[in-house]
Design a protein around this ligand. Sequence first.
Ligand code: TXA
Ligand code: MG
Length: 341
Amino acid sequence: NTRTLKVDKGVDNDDGYQQSVDCLRNGGLVAFPTETVYGLGALATDQDATKRIFEVKGRPSDNPLIVHIGTKEEVSTYAAEIPESALRLMDAFWPGPLTLVFNEKPGIIAENVTVGRGTVGLRMPDHPVALRLLRLLGGPLAAPSANRSGKPSPTKASHVARDLDGRIPFILDGGATGVGVESTVIDMTSTPPAILRPGGVTVEMIEAVIGPVRSEMRAEEAEAPRAPGMKYMHYSPDAPVWLIGPDLIQIEQAVRTLTDKGLKVAVIGPDELKTDKPSWYFATGAYADPRQLATHLYDALRKCDETEADVILAVEAPAQGMGVAVMNRLKKAADGKRFFD
Ligand code: TXA
Ligand code: MG
């Protein structure tokens, strides 16, 4: 049976952390909050423990896991070499929502974490609970998002419980995460470095520090995927999702068209475009601030599944800044479909 331990209040949490660390050292799994989404952690050097992550999630075993570390110094323990540009990114964005892929020092991280690719994705999360857990553990945590494979990443402890209740011993509940979409994954082994997944650190922020990077997501998705995660089934709600432009007249027209066919409609969109025409409207924040859209996106997608909606309209985010990560997730949920095309 899963126990949820609250660690977000000013109360004495030492016992909860100690139980979590003991569990991890004994090969168990612990879900914990990061600034992006909740992670499902296991000691990254323990082959049996990390194997259980794949089982509990129902995750394909050829998709590598991100290794979380509590200090920048640990990079040299796991990476064979550290390019100068990686050092600059670590200085600028760690702790934070950026995963750097390095050539790995062989024989340290469990083979099923890196799935024998010879590289390792490392990130230092920017969350007090994650950092405290990592420091008490004194070792690396392999942690994918703490959802069942094919569900949206969890941004609240209750999302984790919904997916994994009874499958893991502990959930550390640190409240809602902030960023809301996963970390940016960047491959530092290629020249120039290549963005494998857009996320919490934007391309603009990265290029301001190290200059141009490869970030043609569409081209890469079409090829053999370089971030293995990109080829897998991604979450889409029970009802089909259609993208729609940020335009009230278009939204209301689409809702009318669908309602006339007897369909119930849910809309995920910004605060400004909230309308009572659909049966449900899940507002995700100010359109002009895509960070808010990212924060609330996965919760809104999960809420759609709790409705009786037959169709979901998702309002497109701006095509820059954090909007890129939001659009990347929305396009996957919609399988690229736009309502007016
Ligand atoms: O924000 C996040 O990154 C969250 C939190 C928990 O840290 N974690 C997360 O993990 O999103 P996951 O497993 O759901 O996504 C990891 C992504 C996948 O697309 C995977 O293919 C890629 O990172 N990845 C991991 N290691 C890699 C490697 N060595 N080379 C290329 N891609 C890698
Ligand atoms: Mg995931």
